[in-house]
Structures are given as C-alpha cells and as structure tokens.
Ligand binder design. Structure first.
Ligand code: CO8
Length: 262
C-alpha cells in the first residue's frame, strides 16, 4: 500500500507513522485520516510489528489539528460524519495491542493533542506545544478531547485548556502529566527509538497483556479492573516467554525472549 499523506516505515519490528502534510503543519484532512486508518489495519494484521511510533514531518509540527480549510466546508451532518471517522480511527489507534509512543516534535493542537493522548505515552521535544484551540473557532474538541484529556489530567485542568484554547508548553504539559519526558528537538527521535527498542526486547505476550489490563481497567471499577489483571497475569504464565523469563532468572542469565505470541 502506498500513502501520500503519511510515511509508513517498519524497521526491526518498530513501525513509524509520520504525518506528512508539512505545508499545512500536518493538519488532519479526510484523506490523511483514511490513510492513517489503513496503516493501522496493516499494523494490526502484522504480528511482527512490536511497537508503533507516531510523529510529524518537518521541524515545526506534530499535527496542527483538523484541517480547518476542510472543516469550514462542513454542514452539521458532514461534521458529524468527519467526527465519527476521526473517533473510529483514534479508537482503533488506542485499541492497537502493541505499545504506541507519540513523539511530539512541534504543534500538537486540537486533533493533534487528541491523537497524541490516545497513544500509550508521549515524549515531546522542548519545542512542542499542546492545546485544544477549538473554542477560538467557535467549536469544541471533536476527536475525543473532552473525554480523554479529562481522564488523563483531571476535570479542572482539562476545562481550563478547553475553555481558554490556550497553548501549553512541553514543560507545562510534563508538569501536568500529559507528557512523560521532554528532550531537545535533535535528541527526540533517538530517545524515542531507544525506549521503543527496549520495549520491543520484552515478551510480546506480556507487553500486550499489560496494555490490555491497564486500558480495560481504566473504564471500570477497581475490583473489576483487578479481575482483568488476574486473567491477564494467568495468560502470561502460559507463554513461552514467561517460561524463559523465570528460568533465566533462576539460572542467573539474561532471558532470550523469542517474542512469539504463544
Ligand atoms: N488546518 C489547515 N491548515 C493549517 C492548520 C490547520 N489546522 N494549521 C496550520 N495550517 C496552515 C496555515 O494555514 C498555513 O498555510 P499557508 O502557508 O498556506 O498560509 C500553514 O499551515 C502554516 O501555518 P501558519 O502560517 O499559521 O504558521 P504559524 O507558525 O504562524 O502558526 C499555528 C502556527 C499557531 C499552529 C497556527 O497555524 C494555527 O493556529 N493553526 C490552527 C490550529 C488549530 O486551531 N487547530 C485546531 C483545529 S480544529 C480541530 O482540530 C478539531 C478536531 C475535531 C474535528 C471534528 C469536527 C467534525
């Protein structure tokens, strides 16, 4: 499959999707969303891919939001359809069984923040900025911001960001738990690749089980979430890699995980 609006690369089990409309600061239009959705399907169907990294083309932007040129043409039903497609795609991203890291290299505004917070965690460059500026357009977030941002940083902080439309620096975003780590622009991709390789070297079954237990547990009460964890833990015990991990520890050697899904 060839893509015009994203760059999709896979190297040593690590996939990278680069949003690639730098002239529009990588704004999300229908074509880009469609291609991104197809790339996610490719990743879902390829068990050799162990980690996904999302980033933006150019020095300036991760994703500057939905494409306002396209947005301005929508009637309410067109807007609903676009928002539904955006939600379906971002839900698909969040539901990927493998770890997904957002490498935020610049503006992550509106749909850009919404894309980044649907990833498992965010590493940002010190030039990155976040925000939900839709209020400045007479709109509200439409790709999950009112829901995911609130769950991630709390109701009051999310309301402040959404009601004011103000931009948040990478340092502020880190302080409020939106971003895990901040690096210089030059160091960002190297650091993201380093953590991706470290995670890719772990057992495939256990990485997936941990992600599933955390994500499923976020939407239910603690008791139900703990039940999910118990089942996920038991599933890991059935894997080749858990046998290797525990045996290697007892034999005082480094584990050699095969990374099979069995
Ligand atoms: N859409 C379309 N084009 C954009 C966008 C965008 N979101 N952002 C930037 N561009 C374009 C500019 O128009 C400009 O194009 P041109 O060179 O042809 O004039 C080019 O990118 C460079 O942008 P600027 O010259 O503005 O660059 P600056 O460095 O001066 O400013 C900013 C950068 C601050 C990022 C500024 O471009 C900006 O404010 N952009 C808009 C950010 C925004 O409001 N994003 C939210 C969009 S709404 C949204 O995401 C809702 C999601 C859910 C939708 C569901 C609804 C159905």
């Amino acid at each position: 499959m060839t893509y015009d609006n994203i760059i999709f690369e896979v190297e040593n089990g690590i996939a990278t999707i680069t949003f690639n409309r730098p002239k529009a600061l990588n704004a999300l239009n229908s074509n880009l969303l469609q291609e991104f959705s197809q790339a996610l399907d490719e990743i879902f169907g390829n068990d050799d891919i162990r980690i996904l990294i999302l980033t933006g083309a150019g020095e300036k932007s991760f994703v500057a939001g939905a494409d306002i040129t396209e947005l301005a043409t929508f009637d309410p039903l067109g807007a609903k359809s676009f928002a539904q497609k955006g939600h379906a795609t971002i839900n698909k991203l969040q539901a990927l069984p493998i770890p997904v890291i957002a490498a935020v290299n610049g503006f992550a505004l509106g749909g850009g923040t919404e894309m980044a917070i649907a990833c498992d965690f965010i590493y940002a460059s010190e030039k990155a900025s976040f925000g939900q500026p839709e209020i400045n357009l007479g709109l509200i977030p439409g790709f999950g911001g009112t829901q995911r941002l609130t769950r991630l940083i709390g109701k009051n902080r999310a309301k402040e960001i959404i009601f004011t439309g103000k931009m948040i620096s990478a340092a502020e975003a880190k302080e409020m738990g939106l971003v895990n780590k901040v690096f210089s622009q030059e160091a960002l991709m190297g650091e993201v690749t380093k953590i991706a390789k470290a995670m890719a070297s772990k057992g495939k079954v256990s990485l997936r089980a941990a992600k599933q237990a955390i994500n499923s547990g976020m939407d239910v009460d603690l008791t139900t979430g703990c039940m999910y964890e118990i089942d996920a833990f038991a599933l890991c015990m059935a894997s080749e890699d858990s046998k290797e991990g525990t045996t290697a520890f007892l034999e005082k050697r480094k584990p050699e995980f095969k990374g099979n899904l069995k």
